[in-house]
Design a protein around this ligand. Structure first.
Ligand code: GLU
Length: 494
């Protein structure tokens, strides 16, 4: 039997990190066994579902390169089928009509009633309509009395299933209320819809967050009532906020949204690699994996049982997201094949209006060399247009601290650096080794330190205090720019 899994987000907001991780695990599991990864948009909550959320979820999946198989299933299209199943269960006596007026049944009251019953250790089966004779129930329905349809949970027994991550699970029927399948307005409820769709889509493995465990017990009851074969369930550890609380869109905002990472210069492959390690490891030191490696290594038995923590500090811009995500991104930027990085840098430079067509044409080799040089210290793609700006534009800023530390502290540099520019004008072979000899000699003549001169030059040439090897910077910027910037007094007047 072909393995078929699904990712089933509710389009009530952007793609959340936790959902993206669920999608990724489903994808990797399916691809590992040569199965199918399906996508189902659970848009049955009419008030909260939006097309914009659906779009943002699709964009997030596309960014992470989690291409789904087959057509997308929109759950709301299946509502007639869900209703039919509820009616079938009603006809078979496995569900019943609950004529309790809507107000009494509504959310808070039901919850309070359940808690009350649990407190009193009374059983959950005391709904007065549960055992209403069929004729009586039919008569009321025919007379137009509104009703919800509830599943008739057995008086005694247990739901059991073997979770692929958490092992054997059981729950006493007495802990499960007669769940509503269909609301009195005909709206099918979540657990019914999920089970019907999973059966119809021939889902073999349901892989989702462990916050769904309670639902799974209810869903097991529905599968049993339908005499349908249950899929294998695999629940995933949660991804928690730094305070070990729930990581939520509402509380934590943008930091949990996938689009934030796309828009803040993350390499999709790096973020995917970061995500996969939130709750899974191959059991080895290695942490950097290509998609192909992940597909070949991924298995449910290496999923952790302990919840993962997503560490960040909303009050510290340097730690706005998990350090490991930033580290991973820097690793990718530094080591990924240059030909894969170039299009990403191009997109970044384009959006910062720093892109020039020559970079793909006459200046291609030089452009690639520049990218290769500066990527060494970068954490995000944004750094190419911010810290790397001086390599692509004459209009760059000077860092105040760099001016103080590398220039103004050594006032002699104000005349030395323009003099160095004059010396460099005579250099024909503007490459690393020659430049090193010439500048060392210049430093000696001045009785100054080579390092001080280089640091000063760095700030004049790039606006910054740190960066790649300075001789490589001279060589990459080239003779003309180097000389012009060494002579410029702009930084000195700031
Ligand atoms: N729509 C549910 C959610 O977004 C997931 C349902 C499922 O995976 O069964 O949490």
């Amino acid at each position: 039997m072909t393995t078929r899994v699904r990712f089933a987000p509710s389009p009530t907001g952007y793609l959340h990190i936790g959902s993206a991780r669920t999608a990724l695990f489903n994808y990797l599991f399916a691809k590992h066994v040569g199965g199918k990864f399906l996508l189902r948009i659970e848009d049955t909550d009419i008030e909260r579902s939006t097309d914009e959320s659906t779009r943002s979820i699709l964009e997030g999946l596309q960014w992470l390169e989690l291409q789904h198989d087959e057509e997308i299933v929109y759950q709301s299209n299946n509502a007639p089928k869900h209703r039919a199943v509820a009616l079938k269960l009603l006809n078979e006596g496995k569900a019943y009509r609950d004529f309790t007026p809507r107000e009494e049944r509504s959310g808070a009251d039901v919850k309070a009633a359940i808690q009350e019953r649990a407190r009193e250790q009374k059983d959950m089966r005391d709904n007065p309509f549960r055992d209403l004779p069929k004729e009586e129930s039919d008569r009321k329905a025919d007379a137009g009395e509104p009703f919800a349809i509830r599943l008739k949970v057995g008086a005694s027994g247990k739901t059991i299933f073997d979770d692929a991550v958490y092992g054997f699970q059981e729950r006493d029927y007495s802990e499960i209320e007669d769940l509503v399948l269909l609301r009195s307005d005909g709206h099918p409820l979540y657990n019914l819809a999920v089970v019907c769709d999973d059966i119809e889509m021939r889902i073999t493995h349901v892989i989702r967050g462990q916050d769904h465990l309670t639902n799974t017990h209810k869903q097991v009851l529905i599968y049993e009532a339908l005499n349908a074969e249950k899929p294998t369930f695999a629940h995933l550890p949660l991804i928690l906020a730094p305070n070990k609380g729930k990581l939520s869109k509402r509380k934590h905002g943008e930091v949990v949204s996938m689009t934030t990472y796309r828009d803040n210069g993350f390499v999709a492959a790096a973020f995917r690699n970061f995500l996969v390690l939130l709750g899974w490891s191959a059991g080895e030191e290695k942490e950097i994996y290509t998609m192909d490696e992940l597909v070949s290594k991924f298995s449910l038995d290496h999923i952790h049982k302990n919840n993962a923590v997503f560490n960040f500090d909303a009050n510290d811009p340097r730690h706005w997201t998990d350090d490991k995500a930033l580290w991973m991104n820097a690793e990718y930027i530094r080591t990924m094949p240059l030909e894969d990085l170039i299009p990403l840098v191009k997109a970044e430079l384009k959006s910062a209006k720093l892109w020039r067509d020559e970079y793909e044409d006459d200046d291609k080799i030089h452009f690639e060399k520049t990218v290769d040089l500066i990527r060494e210290r970068f954490f995000t793609l944004k750094d190419f247009s911010s810290q790397g700006r001086a390599f692509f534009s004459e209009d760059f800023d000077f860092d105040e601290a760099a001016i103080a530390k590398n220039l103004k502290k050594f006032s002699e540099l104000q005349t030395w650096l323009p003099e160095l520019a004059e010396t460099l004008e005579t250099v024909e072979d503007f490459t690393h080794d020659t430049l090193e000899t010439v500048i060392k000699q210049f430093a000696e003549e001045k009785g100054g330190k080579f390092g001080v001169i280089m640091n000063g030059a760095r700030t004049l040439l790039t606006g910054l205090a740190v960066g790649p090897s300075m001789l490589a910077v001279f060589e990459t910027l080239g003779k003309e720019k180097t000389i012009r910037r060494l002579k410029s007094q702009i930084a000195w007047s700031q």
